[in-house]
Design a protein around this ligand. Sequence first.
Ligand code: BEZ
Ligand code: FE
Length: 281
Amino acid sequence: MEYPFFSEKDSVDVVNGRMADDINPRLKEVMTSLIKHLHAFAKDINLTQAEWEFAIDFLTRTGQICTKERQEFILLSDALGFSMLVDAINNRRPEGATENTVFGPFHVEGAPELPMGSKITLDGKGDTCLFEGRVLDLEGNPIAGARIDVWSDNSDGYYDVQQPDIQPKWNNRGVFVTGDDGRYSFIGIKPVSYPIPDDGPVGQMLAALGRHPYRPAHMHFMVVADGYQKLVTHTFVGEDKYITSDAVFGVKHSLVAPFEKLDGGEAQWRSEYDFVLVKNK
Ligand code: BEZ
Ligand code: FE
């Protein structure tokens, strides 16, 4: 038999056949599939040399704009719906459990732990909103000692870390720990929609695809409790004009929360939402 040199027809077998037998089996599985799908993609679209060079340049620019604060590859994964796909594969949950959504780049470790009911909005801007509810197990029992880390943009559509010289540190962030009743409450703002960073290659890609860069208004929650799966999610404002066209595909029906207008009192709005956690396997 002739030695199987590279050809268009046999490209997948030739490349995958070069892998040694005694390598990490998971690496072998992943790379075999990656080569299969990557080669099929190029054949499917008859990829031109110019298009491939454009793609290399795009990926180069995506890497070059990355800094400690800016991760353009994660943004690319988000904008392609890939972050949500990986999240969905890794967080299949039973009916009744709160669904995960994308983590995003704006969480900051170390936000202050505050008493229940505290105000987390420190810049005095925006409509105040009381967020409250319970952390429950699948049977409806309250979970004590659940740590709820929350973060949102301000009413101008920026997270504090995007405007370190303008916003107070920890603006619209806090951590709350539930007591025996599983209840949480805090006063933030009714969040507003905002664009994902769109001044780099991902923004150019969105524009070329006729897509806007906006995320519908949301409040981020990360809920951690001993013995339970970690929940990373948001609640969304249902009437937001971008609710059906989130730039990163993070919206799920079950995560659209009620926001009711209040008359008088410390907050102008109230949003009640219970988080239901699943026990660790
Ligand atoms: C966020 O919601 O904070 C976010 C998620 C993905 C990309 C950019 C921002
Ligand atoms: Fe966000």
